[in-house]
Ligand binder design. Structure first.
Ligand code: NAD
Length: 365
């Protein structure tokens, strides 16, 4: 279920004030935001005084003129239908990959990007950060400007930051595409609340292959009787901080749904020491970490005398970025609600009452 890489379009040139983006939407007119916090006035540049013709004491050497600060986000007045997109966590592994893809995508204008306070990426040009030509927009640590300027914001950060971003999306009525994983039940509840006022796509895995795998696993679990033990193995790179992965848990949810149950009651997330024989019906997880593995997931259905294994291997983060791009275009202009990748991809099944779009059990369930 590996998905192959897509092509790239040419990058843009840096805009100046007022900014006319050289995007595929040629008519896109860009202006700096009217809010004072959105675009701090450029620092006064020192004006060099011409030296007098007559010999006079040499003027002290002028310090090199500092470039005027770039705006943290830009407001695009007319886009001819192009979606105005922002990226929070834009210097992260996924953030940079996304930025590059969004800059080159048709029908999209990148209007800003943010990073956490203290990030070395702050102040850098967004285009340069993505390895493309400068965009004339700097990486900022003020997401509120971005949520005002954008139609949709993409978020691959961490659960605490994502909950704050979801609240900002709700306030601004801005779409939000969330790829972050590792939410606890309180944080999931906060996302549900925010989704009452903004369209939010929440997907622990944005790849087409993994979402297809979820469908298949649900169906196989429905077909096989509970004598078939279900175990899920996942491996990720050594920097991943949450375990089991959000995708592994979503696959567990899919299997539990197939059996008409909730994962919360069946999950065996860790085994260590004298744990005794396997409990019939439980869904077990095993987590591996190492190297630069982008993401491998295997669901095993094991019975007496035979075993079915279904595997997905991600070879590149591009598959997630492509899914995020699809989600951005899909979410623009949608009504408030919490949506899943299956909604985006168009193979949504009727989820049992009480389950959430990304397969995680809703808070309080
Ligand atoms: P990363 O650590 O490389 O990137 C996260 C970025 O977010 C960092 O640059 C960090 O500085 C930034 N950040 C943290 N707090 C912030 C804040 N308050 N405001 C703005 N930026 C902030 O991690 P990554 O590998 O890119 O993964 C990010 C998240 O996405 C993880 O939860 C990961 O599990 C998840 N992920 C999901 C998918 C998917 O398909 N849904 C795919 C890959 C990764």
């Amino acid at each position: 279920m590996t998905v192959k890489k897509s092509g790239r379009a040419p990058a843009k040139t840096p805009p100046k004030k007022p900014i006319h983006l050289k995007s595929k939407d040629k008519s896109a007119k860009v202006e700096t935001p009217s809010k004072p916090k959105a675009a701090p006035p450029p620092a006064a540049r020192p004006v060099p005084t011409p030296a007098p013709k007559a010999a006079a004491p040499k003027p002290a050497a002028q310090p090199p003129a500092r470039p005027a600060p770039l705006p943290p986000a830009i407001k695009v007045k007319k886009t001819n239908g192009a979606v105005k997109v922002g990226v929070v966590g834009c210097a992260g592994r996924m953030g940079q990959m996304l930025l590059k893809m969004l800059i080159n995508a048709a029908g999209i204008v990148v209007v800003g990007g943010t990073e956490r306070r203290g990030s070395p990426a702050l102040g850098q040009d967004l285009g340069a950060l993505a390895g493309a030509e400068p965009l004339g927009i700097s990486v900022s640590d003020d997401p509120s400007v971005l949520f005002d300027a954008a139609d949709v914001v993409v978020d691959f950060t961490n659960p605490t930051a994502t909950v704050q971003h979801a609240q900002m999306a709700a306030k601004a009525g801005c779409g939000l595409v969330i790829g972050t994983t590792g939410f606890d039940s309180d944080q999931l509840a906060a996302l549900h609340r925010a989704a009452q006022r903004a369209p939010i796509v929440l997907a622990s895995n944005m790849s087409l292959g993994v979402n297809l795998l979820q469908q298949v696993v649900e169906e196989v679990a429905r077909i096989l009787d509970p004598d078939w033990d279900i175990e899920i193995i996942e491996m990720h790179h050594k920097h991943k901080v949450d375990a089991p992965s959000g995708t592994a848990l979503s696959l567990g949810e899919a299997a539990a749904r197939g059996r008409g149950q909730s994962l919360r009651r069946l999950a065996r997330r860790v085994r260590d020491g004298q744990v005794g024989p396997r409990v019939k019906g439980e869904i077990g997880f095993a987590t591996l970490r190492g190297g630069d593995v982008v993401g491998d997931h295997t669901v095993i259905f094991a019975a007496e005398g035979e075993r079915v294994e279904i595997t997905h291997r991600a070879a590149s983060r591009e598959i997630f970025a492509r899914g995020a791009l699809k989600s951005v275009l899909w979410a623009a202009g949608k009504r408030p609600g919490l949506y899943s990748m299956r909604d985006v991809l168009g193979f949504s099944v009727q989820a049992p009452q009480g389950s959430t779009p990304n397969g995680s059990t809703p808070p309080g369930a």
